[in-house]
Design a protein around this ligand. Structure first.
Ligand code: AVI
Length: 326
């Protein structure tokens, strides 16, 4: 280490709480969902270390414009968002991932604390440590938590009013009734005078939406199929990824993308405490990604109890960012 390194200010390692064991056991949940009449795997199981990286790669794809559209909206309207959200407040980032989106808003929001919440504990810990080096003056806290089931903010999170940040259209991964319940809980986490900053993908051309989830490079296919490897690890199962193919399509009737893994042949899969046979072409449902209309988005926020809401859209009208008063 050179003498300059020795004098560099030391950034505190962010506090990190692993709250993943609170609540239902993910292994029990997986075994039950795989044994269900219509088998499914909850989308949170996508995000092991490789899945988190594959999702980062998806965000770079030309066919997946969502992340870039949202970035442009934050660049263009960051100050207007900050006016609504208020400065010097705790910023609670739900599904923080690589923390990159929130970091872009640090300048305008000037948060009093950054709280990054994600199910992918190792990935979050690693990214948060790197973030703390770039922002040594900002108190940070990492929470490994399945916030989709219950959002629990420990006492280490500064009290409200808070800014809750839920970008990337992850709201679309909830079915509409669950989205409503989630937003009600989120409003409570904001506290009176707090604000939700939400990203939502909008209904658009079916061909473009199909391509966004079935890209020719196969990155989304890898992301989808990787869930089977994570399942193997979680419940000691023996899925062979080579036996399955990626299926994704937009259904205009339900306004959602559906993702499945489909058996290429008859397969028998075993896991600790059980197993199941699948016939060729049987599917396991892995994700829904609902797309919103602007009136639908506003109505949902209003039903969840949010008040004054401002919505910005990109020029193609494919993506929306909302700032909603709690
Ligand atoms: C995290 N979530 C909003 C993404 C989506 O678009 O539903 C996950 C994803 N699945 C396939 N591509 C991206």
């Amino acid at each position: 280490m050179g003498s300059n390194d020795a004098k560099a200010p030391l950034a505190a390692v962010p506090a990190f709480l692993d709250l993943r064991t609170a609540g239902a056991d993910p292994a029990d949940e997986l075994r039950a969902s795989l044994a269900a009449d219509v088998p499914f795997i909850a989308p949170k199981f996508f995000y092991d270390a490789l899945g988190s990286r594959l999702f980062e790669a998806i965000c770079e794809l030309p066919e997946y414009p969502l992340t870039r559209a949202e970035r442009r909206l934050f660049e263009r309207h960051g100050e207007a968002i900050a006016e609504r959200a208020g400065l010097d407040r705790p910023l609670v980032d739900l599904g923080a991932g690589n923390c990159e989106k929130a970091e872009r808003l640090f300048g305008v929001l000037a948060p009093s604390q950054y709280v990054a919440v994600d199910i992918a504990a190792d990935f979050l810990r690693e990214r948060l440590a790197a973030l703390a080096l770039r922002h040594p003056g900002l108190p940070m806290l990492g929470l490994a938590q399945d916030f989709t089931a219950a959002l629990e903010l420990p006492d280490a999170v500064q009290p409200g009013p808070r800014t809750v940040f839920y970008p990337g259209s992850s709201i679309g991964n909830f079915a509409p009734p669950a989205a409503l319940e989630f937003l009600e809980r989120t409003r409570a986490a904001c506290g009176a005078g707090g604000c939700l900053v939400l990203g939502a993908d909008l209904v658009r051309d079916k061909h473009a939406l199909d391509l966004a989830y079935a890209d020719p490079l196969g990155v989304t296919a890898a992301f989808n199929l990787n869930v089977l490897r994570n399942v193997n690890r979680c419940i000691d199962a023996d899925f062979d990824v080579a036996d399955w193919r990626h299926v994704a399509f937009f259904d205009p009737v339900t306004a959602r993308i559906e993702m499945h893994v489909e058996a290429r042949c008859d397969v028998a899969v075993r896991w600790k405490g059980g197993g199941r046979s699948f016939r060729a072409a049987d599917r396991i449902h892995t994700e829904n990604s609902y797309k919103y209309t602007l009136p639908g988005l506003r109505a949902l926020l209003q039903r969840a109890g949010f008040g004054d809401t401002k919505v910005w859209t990109d020029e193609e009208g494919g993506f929306a960012v909302a700032a909603a008063a709690a």
